[in-house]
Every structure is written in C-alpha cells, then in structure tokens.
Design a protein around this ligand. Sequence first.
Ligand code: HMG
Ligand code: MG
Length: 314
Amino acid sequence: MMRAPQVVSTSSTTGTNGLPSKVTIYEVGARDGLQNEKAVVPVEAKAGFIHRLLAAGLPIVEATSFVHPKWVPQLADAAELMTLLGDEGRQLPVLVPNERGLDRALDLGLEHIAIFGSATETFAQKNLNRGLDEQFAMFEPTVERARAAGMDVRAYVSMCFGDPWEGDVAIDQVVGVGKRLFDLGASQLSLGDTIGVGTAGHVKALLNAFNEAGLANDVLAVHFHDTYGQALANAYAALEHGITTFDASAGGLGGCPYAESATGNLATEDLVWMLHGLGIETGVDLEALVTTSVWMADLLGRPSPSRVVTALAP
Ligand code: HMG
Ligand code: MG
C-alpha cells in the first residue's frame, strides 16, 4: 500500500508536557545505512526492507541515492530498486547531487529528491569533488529544474557540529551554508551531525541561530549520528526546542563513506522508545520495526547497535 510522505512536518501541536504531541520520523536506514555497509545488499532485500519499514508505519522512507555508482557502489542499483518498488517507491525521497542524478530520478517518475551540501570546504571536496562555493553551482540548476518539474526538494547540510579534518565549525558558517541551500527552493533543511560530535547545548545554539536567520522550526529537521553516544540526548534537546522532524535509521544502521569517523545514525527504535515514553505520537509500530531490524542484522551478519533492538529482539 503506497504511503504518501509528508516531507514538511505539519505537527506543531503542543502536548501537556510542553513538547510536540506528534513528530515525523524521516527514516534513512535504506540510504544512509546501506550506503556504508561493506556488503552489498541484494536489490530484492532492499525492496523488502523498504516495504517492511513502510508497513511498520514510518511516514517517510528515504530509499536510495542517484549519485555516481563508482562513488557509492552499495547504491549502484538505485534505478533497479526504484523500478522494483514501482508505485510504492514513487513518493519516496532519494538523494540527488546534480543534474545527472536528477535526470535519472525524473526518468523513473520520482517526486521527492534531497540535495546534500557541506558546511565545510574539506568535506565538500571529499564528498562532492567540489569546493564550498562550487557546490552551489551544482545544486542551483538541479533544484531549479526539479522544482519546475513539480518535485519536492529537501536539503541536507553536513558537518554542522564538527568536521574530522577541520575540527570545530562556526555556527555562523553552518547557518550561512544551510540558509543558502534552503533558499535554492527546498521545503526542509536537515542539519547533519555527520560524525556525531555534537552535544545538547550546541544543538540548541545552532537551532536558535537558524531561527534568528529566519528558518522556523517547521522547516528544520535534525540528523544525528551516534558516534559519541549523544544522538538521543541531542534529539531530546531538539524536541524541547520545538523541532518535529527527526531523521533516524532502523537498527542504527549507517555512516558516511566519505567521513571515516562517521558511524550509524540515531537508531529509529531508540528514538521511538523515547517519544512513545513521552506520550508523543509517531505512527510507528515498534514491534514490527524491531523485527525488521533484526531481519536486516541477520542479513548483514552482525547485531544491531541499537539498545532498544537488543532489549526487545524476539
Ligand atoms: P564528479 O566525478 O566530479 O562528477 O563527481 P562529474 O560531474 O565530473 O562527472 C563525471 C562523470 O560522472 C560523468 O560521466 C558523469 O555523467 C558521471 P562521463 O561523462 O565521464 O562518462 N556522473 C554521474 N553518473 C551517475 N549519476 C550521477 C552522476 N554525476 C556525474 N549522479 C559527484 C561528482 C557529485 C557525482 C560525486 O562526487 C558523487 O557521486 N558524490 C556522492 C557522495 C555520496 O553519495 N556521499 C554520501 C551521501 S552524503 C551523506 O551521507 C551525509 C548525509 O547523510 C547527512 C549527514 O550525515 O551529514 C546526507
Ligand atoms: Mg548521515
């Protein structure tokens, strides 16, 4: 059954505890997770994974990337995967870095893309083969053509809290790049802690700075990796701030092939456990999600790093 994703969260109602009463989880396990696995997961298993994630109630499931297949061989089967998913896949977001990637997505009739920029010069070079300013020359025509074709565009900004080559990244620099990416015509900006170094106070400071720059909470999402064990605390800080879209990956799969110190994303199960404990609605069936992550962990031949998956695994 096809599920229409809501890329921009509309859930701003506040519950009795002062926190949002409902949040949108943007599931990235099939893309951010599988892009970083040594083993290439067979395309049928990827389709099965996405199908199970949707069936578990995840409202948005990012499916794959239309990047250069030599840069990310794990996702070289993007077109085959989207064809296999058929109608179920048409509304799922996919990563697209440039016009060549956009053409591939348009050929398949896809409706949601995500561009991914870098807040730092070094990571722009390593991940996109472009300088910090040059990346915009690649994104500009891509977003313009995508919007003209009626597509929805999400923008990611990476290295928001620190960069493995450059160290600290100034909040002003992150806001400058993020706002520029968003203003190209995106409906949402996802703030990536690519290497998981951020802490709760930094999260609040960055969100405040984005708000002051004119980006309200309803167009912001947070994307935490759990390298330093801070992802769930950071998610709570963002929740308290009023953010209602959270990126997470089933079973804590993930990383980034061009940032060696990056490990998995915040595990969706850990996030759901916290949110449900706070009485916040997600629409996710936790039991079905855990079963799916255990199935994927078996396929990959290693246990899920998620504490909640470990605790609840049948
Ligand atoms: P490039 O080598 O500079 O590309 O790579 P180019 O524009 O010079 O083109 C060279 C050749 O590649 C051409 O072919 C193009 O057609 C082809 P030729 O004419 O020589 O035969 N080409 C493509 N083929 C297929 N699909 C394409 C494509 N583009 C060009 N889209 C490029 C530049 C951006 C393509 C490359 O650097 C790339 O693919 N990078 C992707 C890296 C990546 O996927 N990283 C992981 C995702 S980001 C992430 O995980 C962070 C995030 O999770 C947030 C966070 O955690 O912070 C989002
Ligand atoms: Mg990521």
